[in-house]
Design a protein around this ligand. Structure first.
Ligand SMILES: *[C@@H]1O[C@H](CO)[C@@H](O)[C@H](O)[C@H]1NC(C)=O
Ligand SMILES: *[C@@H]1O[C@H](CO)[C@@H](O)[C@H](O)[C@H]1NC(C)=O
Ligand SMILES: *[C@@H]1O[C@H](CO)[C@@H](O)[C@H](O)[C@H]1NC(C)=O
Ligand SMILES: *[C@@H]1O[C@H](CO)[C@@H](O)[C@H](O)[C@H]1NC(C)=O
Ligand SMILES: *[C@@H]1O[C@H](CO)[C@@H](O)[C@H](O)[C@H]1NC(C)=O
Ligand SMILES: [Zn+2]
Length: 946
């Protein structure tokens, strides 16, 4: 599954809170009543006694016993949904079907346990190889956490014997996983409502579609037949084998049979029934198809996704050394699919919005996210589908790999080779920021058993930290040794499942055949089994190095952790990168960390490690000097790391806040994206803290000065509303305009107003480049009045693109006119004005505006009962409050929040917001004066040496 790929950019702070909850998000939907009752097709008379429902004492073990293993299934699934209806009263959301599973008996037993949930299950019978029945004496449904059906037999099954268990079942397409449906408006002669049914079975939802051995290691072959309404198209993992029209109970149906699957896990099965259209290409031996609503297909919004899929597949085939084993790959975009994407083998399902690339509307970063998302799901075809984690505790083997590989593949696909570097800001830094707050235990330490425990495995760590430690390992072993090890791991466990240790042992073999010497498992276990990450402290005078757990001071580490830390070190005046492995707490003295007084040492070169580095003050000084005199001597990613580490070390008071601020001064001369992006995340926090105080004056002056040269660097593009060629340059142009316009650099303001006016004069063609729209809209509306606001509002109403609508909704929050902001807040409660799904983001955008902050807070307090009703969608009350209170940093703020919390929840629901407010108060008390003086000093120099 994919989600973390969107954890990125300036929304960082807000997203951190969302990350852990994202998977649980449920899209609200309308369930249509079915008034007509349909007959089930030719049911066989049940041979088993009626099913008992029981809730006894819990099973000692939530895992299936290993007495029986499935070899293959035969599944008939009849989806009653009409994809086109004129009158929704006739919609039928049921699915009915039957299944036969072929089992092999490993240990003698007289009980079959099989997963089944929310299915009306009827056991049809059990037979042996010769078709002879094995009488069923009792069937019990465990209505507890096991989600087992227990089938007790009159006779004991023989070890080595083959048996067939047949069931019949009925369920409903509802909710947001298992089988579910989505509806959308479709324009034929007039607007009608159309429907699509789709599946989402990771992690434990296959059991909601048919009874099965629903554990990832219980791989089997699946023979699937879907029976669906005439006029609709059914897709599944494999290519279609047969397709016949048939009349059943006086209705027109199509019976689509698929080829048997390869041996695979249940959670990777997929089914869709739709009247979508597709685009098709034969890519060598693989038929590639991309599916979407006809309207989206006709507009060409799937062209980009379709065009890169083949290239990415080739890259993965080459990297993995194993061919994609199926003869087709379907990718389908479903409106409001609950997650970004799901890697079902041969039928990848995406949220339509993230698969789409709208030429002329989507921005460069939106395009990358689409590409990274596709690369992520394609990587899973090997990492997850071909080789699957044995159990969910090793989920990181799926998700960490897919995260790491997605950037690697992007890098190989695009000609300018710095795409991989985006990993640093979008994954590594993000995970390190969250993890330091102590929200986490080891990557593979916990053993999840229940549905809810498994769900919590889908967090930023399995994705981003998992990817980051793989990157650290790959950079330590060298890419080519890593790739060899990965290839041998994939070959050894294909169509099978593996554990973390299996990966280490194959990487070790590759290491042993190379010139590298690293005990892979020993090193990696310290990163996988321990929470958090270390801080390395280096004294370049004595050459001493030591490590400690890097933690927020409020939550001192209870653990006596030691990591095995691969470190790349460089010294001034030399390009040579030395390698060292630290295995003890230290301090220990090593000559690699020692230099004379004119030299500096830089550790964790290129930010390859998942840790932070602190130095003795003298070395920091020399590094700062180097940045200011010739920053290119320090590699780009390391520049980002120095900024990131300095701010984080200041956060725990290991260095002075002024040292952190000084790491940003050299940005006057830097045009690279990664260091700028890193600095912006930290500066954004300062802005939130200070934009209502006397600090903001000098701070704004500092920021406009700092960004001036960067703005000029891109100005010739920006003024023409065009973009540079290099990909990361395009992203940094956005940063330049964001910082410049937000801090009221006059030429930025002028550029924005000009472009916006051009658009206003001719609304039919928007001359503003999509990359620049958020800032241009925001600046023009911020500087303007009612006329600009009303124009943008009109464009919002007219726009047919979700992406554009979201941009406009955010930009409308930029006005400085209090009465307009208040009117806008009122609009959010009217679903005809602001769509309910945009409610939370609109509120948060208004709160983000310094003028709107308290207006929003007052609005939230006074309208809370209305607001909680609006919230029943994707966002929780906590997330909303968290977004509205980002700036809270005074005792008064804290008191208000506490009162509100007691009044409306009394359960400390807003605990994260309260905690953050307290942290902000402490931070302000300690740093405000220092920061004010520092900014004042910096801007009073008057010359261009900021
Ligand atoms: C599924 O199909 C395969 C190949 O045709 C066959 O060998 C297997 O027995 C089938 N499985 C079941 C449960 O019918
Ligand atoms: C399952 O349903 C299909 C289609 O209705 C039918 O042909 C088949 O005989 C059924 N199989 C079992 C085991 O009931
Ligand atoms: C189950 O069978 C396997 C091999 O088929 C054997 O290794 C194992 O000891 C058996 N377990 C029990 C509890 O009988
Ligand atoms: C399952 O059985 C329950 C109880 O008999 C019934 O209310 C429900 O409608 C059934 N569901 C389906 C999908 O047939
Ligand atoms: C670094 O080592 C030198 C020499 O032992 C010592 O004088 C100095 O205090 C140390 N610096 C720090 C910051 O520990
Ligand atoms: Zn994934």
């Amino acid at each position: 599954m994919s989600k973390s790929v969107y954890v990125s950019k300036a929304a960082a702070v807000a997203i951190v809170a969302v990350a852990a909850l994202a998977l649980v998000a449920v899209i609200g939907m309308v369930i249509f009543q079915h008034t007509r009752i349909h007959q089930c097709p030719s049911p066989l008379p049940p041979t088993a006694p009626p099913t008992e429902l029981i809730t006894p004492e819990p099973m000692p073990n939530l895992r299936l016993p290993e007495t029986l293993i499935p070899e293959s299934y035969e599944i008939y699934l009849q989806v009653h949904l009409h994809t086109e209806v004129n009158n929704s009263d006739n919609q039928d959301l049921r699915f009915t079907g039957n299944s036969t599973v072929k089992l092999k008996c490993l240990n003698a037993t007289n009980t079959i346990y099989i997963h089944s949930k929310a299915l009306n299950l009827t056991v049809l019978g059990v037979t042996d190889e010769n078709g002879k029945g094995v009488p069923v004496s009792r069937v019990r449904m465990w209505e507890d956490k096991t989600e087992f059906a227990e089938i007790e037999l009159a006779n004991t099954l023989r070890v080595g014997g083959i048996y067939y268990l047949s069931n019949e079942f009925q369920g409903e397409c509802n909710g947001s996983n298992g089988m579910f449906f989505r509806s959308y408006k479709e324009k034929k002669d007039k607007f009608t409502t159309a429907f699509v049914a789709a599946s989402q079975l990771e992690s434990t939802e296959a059991r909601k579609v048919f009874p099965c051995f629903d554990e990832p290691a219980m791989k089997a072959v699946f023979n699937i037949t879907i029976i669906h309404r005439r006029g609709s198209i059914a897709l599944s993992n494999m290519p279609q084998k047969d397709n016949v029209e048939m009349e059943i109970d006086g209705e027109e149906w199509v019976v689509t049979e698929f080829f048997p699957t390869v041996k695979m896990s249940t959670y990777l099965l997929a089914f869709t029934v739709s009247s979508f259209e597709s685009k098709e290409t034969n890519h060598g031996r693989i038929k590639l198809r991309t599916w979407s609503r006809p309207e989206v297909m006709a507009a060409g919004h799937m062209d980009y996704a379709h065009s890169i899929t083949g290239k990415l597949l080739d890259i993965f085939e080459e990297y993995c050394g194993v061919k994609y084993p199926l003869s087709k790959l379907d990718q389908i975009g479903i409106p409001e699919f609950p997650i970004f994407g799901m890697e079902n083998w041969g039928l990848i399902i995406y949220s339509e919005k993230y698969l789409m690339y709208e030429a002329g509307i989507s921005s460069t970063s939106e395009k990358y996210w689409t590409a990274i998302l596709i690369a992520h799901e394609l990587a899973h075809q090997w990492f997850g589908n071909l080789v699957t984690m044995r159990w969910w505790n090793d989920l990181w083997l799926n998700e960490g790999f897919a995260t790491y590989m997605s950037y690697l593949a992007m890098d190989r696909m695009e000609p300018d080779k710095d795409m991989k570097d985006l990993f640093i800001v979008w994954e590594t830094q993000m995970a390190m920021r969250v993890e330091y707050e102590g929200l986490f235990s080891g990557l593979t330490e916990d053993y999840p058993s229940t549905r809810n425990e498994i769900r919590t495995m889908y967090n930023i760590f399995t994705y981003s930290k998992g990817g980051a430690v793989l990157r650290m390992l790959a950079e330590t072993l060298t890419e080519s040794v890593f790739e060899k090890g990965v290839q041998s791991y994939l070959k050894a466990y294909q169509y099978n499942s593996a554990e973390t240790q299996d990966l280490w042992s194959h990487l070790q073999r590759a290491v042993d055949n190379s010139s590298v010497h690293i005990p892979v498992a020993e090193v990696m276990d310290t990163w996988m089994q321990q929470a958090g990450y270390p801080l390395i402290t280096i004294n370049t005078t004595s050459g001493e190095v030591s490590q400690e757990h890097f933690f927020l001071p409020e939550i001192p580490s209870q653990y006596n952790y030691t990591w095995q830390i691969p470190i790349k070190v460089m010294k001034s005046g030399s390009e040579e990168i030395k390698f060292d492995l630290i295995t003890v707490k230290g301090p220990v003295s090593k000559s690699v960390y020692q230099c004379n007084e004119n030299e500096w040492i830089l550790a964790n070169v290129n930010y390859t490690g998942y840790y932070r580095v602190n130095y003795n003050p003298e070395n920091w000084e020399k590094l700062l000097q180097q940045l200011e005199t010739d920053h290119q001597k320090i590699p780009t990613l390391s520049r980002a790391q120095l900024i990131d580490d300095a701010f984080k070390l200041a956060g725990i008071k290991y260095v002075n806040i002024t040292l952190a601020l000084r790491t940003t001064k050299y940005l006057l001369n830097d045009t690279e994206f990664i260091p700028w992006e890193t600095a912006m995340i930290h500066l954004h926090h300062l802005i939130l803290m200070f934009d209502r105080s006397e600090v903001y004056g000098p701070m704004k002056a500092y920021l406009s000065k700092l960004v001036g040269p960067l703005y000029d660097h891109f100005e010739s593009f920006t003024n023409k509303s065009s973009i540079p060629d290099r990909h990361t340059a395009q992203l940094n142009q956005v940063n330049a305009v964001t910082v410049a316009c937000a801090n009221i650099l006059p030429k930025c303001q002028k550029m924005a107003t000009n472009l916006f006016d051009l658009w206003r004069k001719d609304p039919t063609t928007n001359p503003i480049h999509p990359n620049l729209r958020p800032m241009v809209y925001c600046s023009a509306i911020g500087a303007g009045g009612e006329v600009e606001w009303d124009f943008a509002w009109k464009m919002l109403k007219m726009s047919s693109s979700d992406v554009e609508r979201e941009r406009l909704v955010e930009a409308l929050a930029c006005t400085k006119q209090v009465w307009i902001l208040n009117r806008y807040l009122e609009y959010t409660l009217d679903p005809d004005k602001i769509k309910p799904e945009l409610f939370s983001s609109t509120i948060r955008s208004i709160a983000n505006n310094v003028v709107g902050q308290y207006l929003t807070w007052n609005f939230v307090i006074s309208q809370w009962s209305n607001i909680t009703q609006m919230l029943s969608g994707t966002y929780s009350a906590e997330e909303l409050i968290s977004g509205v209170t980002l700036r809270f940093s005074t005792k008064y703020d804290l008191q208000q929040l506490k009162t509100f919390d007691e009044l409306h929840s009394g359960r400390g629901v807003f605990v994260e917001s309260l905690k953050r407010t307290q942290t902000n108060i402490n931070w302000m008390e300690e740093n405000k004066q220092t920061v004010l003086e520092w900014f004042q000093r910096e801007v009073s120099h008057g010359n261009n040496k900021v």
